[in-house]
Write a protein that binds this ligand. Structure first.
Ligand SMILES: Cc1ncc(COP(=O)(O)O)c(C=O)c1O
Length: 400
């Protein structure tokens, strides 16, 4: 009898970890490596938020709390949804977990039965398909390429829906592409969903506040209020507030689902860190102006990287609307051989050779379900990004 569960055998080991390990190995050997694979802002948590965490410790707010969040944080989340998204949720319709990741995991675990299908547009955040598999469901991925700006079309969504569809996973702005759906684009998708009342919407709004230029964020239950009774709106403080290590995410949706998610959490981790919850109250209630300052920095870096990558032969890099990633297409590089003699048959070959020959660590597209591409996280200094672009260009110019 095998010791490990059958469920675990359905899950792939993370290809992103393999790349990160390889980069760490080369660094340990003394190589000069530029890491562009991190999925987190390079800013520190703002001082007033960190101070709220210190205050929580000093005041002894260090005991177990209600499983899915303290009332003060639920109130702050309620106010945030009203302020930013025109959505009215009661505290009983709100759940707080240890990061957006746990909240998504709770939702899938609480709802999926064998045979249930979950529609996931690709490229996708690496965890969605494996979370679905761990919860016993079947991921149904839909390839959304450069031609549609990496976005799912209403026709694609319509074609992917079957009687077994339970959830449609929606993520805007997206990890890994940075692509965001405008109001009209999202309305065209919600129109499809209105025709299929058995399909629920799992919207991951983690990058809501990280947007640039004229792009205006919107979320499904706001665009189509009739979908609110079957939408779970997931968000968190990790990215916009530079709080990845604090581990606070949250969601709002119909009360029976929220109660079921709390049940899952009550038998796994119980409450998220009490200290982090108090810091999250300050994040949501406190000054928000630093977000625009951070975004100005990210927008500058985005432009630098998009320009640098589009100057590389064989690379096409669209301009993203948000997040801190770009996802260039490298069709023009496939089938060639690198200056170091590696045959570039796949985007994994490209990323591996780029790391070995030029010391730049990116994540290859196959990890996100759409190839041939790679993901660059530009949450690092301008100097590093400029040097990385020089190296990537040299690598591409060396392809024969
Ligand atoms: C699209 C997306 N959703 C959810 C998460 C998880 O966020 P958290 O760190 O709050 O668990 C991430 C983190 O990388 C993400 O990129």
């Amino acid at each position: 009898m095998p010791f490990l569960s059958d469920t675990l055998s359905r899950v792939q080991p993370s290809p992103t970890i393999a790349m990160t390990n390889k980069a760490a190995e080369l660094k340990a050997e003394g190589r000069d490596i530029i890491g562009l694979s991190a999925g987190e802002p390079d800013f520190d948590t703002p001082a007033h938020i960190a101070e709220a965490g210190r205050r929580a410790i000093a005041e002894g707010r260090t005991r177990y709390t209600a499983v899915d969040g303290i009332p003060e944080l639920k109130r702050a989340i309620r106010a945030k949804f009203a302020r930013d998204n025109d959505l009215d949720y009661a505290p009983s319709e709100i759940s707080v977990g240890t990061g957006g990741k746990q909240v998504l995991y709770n939702a899938l675990t609480a709802t999926l039965n064998p045979g249930d299908e979950v529609i996931i547009p690709a490229p996708y955040w690496v965890s969605y398909p494996d979370m679905v598999r761990l919860a016993g469901g079947t991921p149904v991925t839909v390839a959304c390429g450069l031609d549609t700006g990496f976005k799912i079309t209403p026709a694609q969504l319509e074609a992917a829906i079957t009687p077994a569809t339970k959830w449609f996973v929606f993520n805007s702005p997206s990890n890994p592409t940075g692509a965001g759906y405008g109001w009209e684009e999202l309305a065209a998708l919600t129109e499809v969903l209105l025709r299929h009342p058995h399909v629920w919407v799992l919207t991951d709004d983690m990058y809501e506040h990280l947007t640039f230029g004229d792009f205006r964020f919107c979320t499904p239950a706001q665009v189509e209020p009739a979908l609110k009774p079957r939408t779970l709106t997931v968000n968190g403080v990790s990215k916009a507030y530079a709080m990845t290590g604090w581990r606070i995410g949250y969601a709002a949706g119909p009360e029976p689902l929220i109660r079921a998610m709390a049940k899952v959490q009550s038998q796994s981790t119980s409450n998220p860190s009490s200290i982090s919850q108090w810091a999250a109250v300050e994040a949501l209630d406190g000054p928000q102006d630093f977000i625009a300052d951070n975004n100005a920095v990210f927008a500058r870096r985005r432009d630098l990287v998009v320009e640098g990558l589009n100057a590389c032969p064989g690379v096409t890099c669209p301009v993203p609307d948000g997040a801190f990633y770009v996802y260039p297409d490298i069709s023009g590089c496939i089938g060639k051989t690198s200056a170091g003699g590696t045959a570039i048959e796949t985007d994994e070959d490209f990323a591996t050779a780029l790391l070995e020959e030029e010391g730049v660590a990116v994540v290859f597209g196959a990890a996100f379900g759409l190839s041939p591409n790679f993901r660059v996280s530009y949450a690092t200094s301008d100097a590093m990004l400029s040097e990385a672009c020089v190296r990537i260009r040299r690598f591409c110019e060396g392809l024969r």
